[in-house]
Design a protein around this ligand. Structure first.
Ligand code: SAH
Length: 254
């Protein structure tokens, strides 16, 4: 039973980084919040949309780096919600994609608190737009997998045989450090060395970068690129040349 005095905690998708890719609902909730608990992917441009006086709390994880323990995040959420504050839990991209949403929902449910989820633009969508490609195409791939490069056990295991098939498309989140591992597993399961692989760093942000490579050259090209921002790796997708060019031109003209 929800506690009658508390408002639902809103899990809000912040999208890939640019404030103009927030939904109107996200904007409305962030602007009205008393407390915004955000992860590290949410930048200052979006946090500036909170009202003056709102409490901004950074709580999140960064790859293999420093992390706020999940229990601490759960305690923050339930504590503020029980005090009657309007709480927004702001997550990069879409909260339903690799957002550790279930653990936080479980904590709210255990405290008898209600919640709502506001979807956002996930990194795979932003990265596909950046390279002028569709995530699915008739005759090429009738489905796409969203994968993580690593999980709690280390580099994540997947159905490598299926992924190695020609025409497969996968969007790999948190894949930078797993590049050599992914390459090894896929080649071991028969993938073509020439399979296109595209890495999009800071998709849909002003500092977006696209690295178009192949499975064969992935670790070397990724190493040379020395990426520092979040990056989405597409297996089986190459940038559409003309569109990528047009996008570069648009940015240069802007
Ligand atoms: N919920 C998020 C994903 C969180 S996992 C979403 O829906 O997008 C974090 C990973 O998302 C990063 O390691 C990176 O792989 C990817 N990511 C998030 N924002 C990105 C961006 N702007 N450009 C490229 N990849 C991004």
């Amino acid at each position: 039973m929800p506690v009658p005095t508390s408002r639902p905690v809103a899990f809000v998708g912040a999208g890939p980084g640019s404030a103009d890719l927030l939904t109107l609902r996200a904007l409305r909730l962030v602007a009205a919040a008393d407390v915004v608990i955000h992860d590290r992917l949410v930048g200052p441009e979006i946090l500036a949309l909170a009202r003056p006086g709102a409490q901004l709390v950074a709580a999140g994880k960064k790859g293999f780096g420093p992390a706020t323990p999940q229990e601490a995040i759960n305690a923050l959420l339930t504590g503020h919600a029980l005090s009657g504050a309007r709480v927004v839990r702001l997550k990069g991209g879409d909260p339903v994609v690799f957002g550790r949403l279930d653990e936080e929902i479980a904590a709210l449910e255990a405290a008898g608190l209600a919640f709502e989820i506001v979807p956002g633009i996930t990194a795979a969508s932003a990265a596909a737009a950046a390279i002028g490609q569709s995530l699915t195409r008739r005759g090429r791939n009738s489905g796409i997998r969203l994968l993580t490069g690593h999980d709690m056990q280390g580099f994540a295991d997947h159905d490598w045989r299926a992924l190695a098939r020609p025409g497969e498309v996968a969007a790999i989140y948190m894949g930078k450090r797993a590049a050599r591992f992914l390459q090894g597993r896929l080649l071991m399961h028969g993938a073509d060395r020439a399979t296109p692989v595209t890495v999009v760093e800071n998709a849909a942000c002003p500092d977006e970068r696209v690295i178009a490579t192949t499975l064969d050259r992935l670790p070397a090209d990724l190493g040379a690129a020395a990426l520092t921002g979040p990056a989405l790796t597409f297996l089986g997708l190459a940038p559409r040349a003309a569109r990528a060019h047009a996008a570069t031109m648009t940015r240069e003209l802007a």
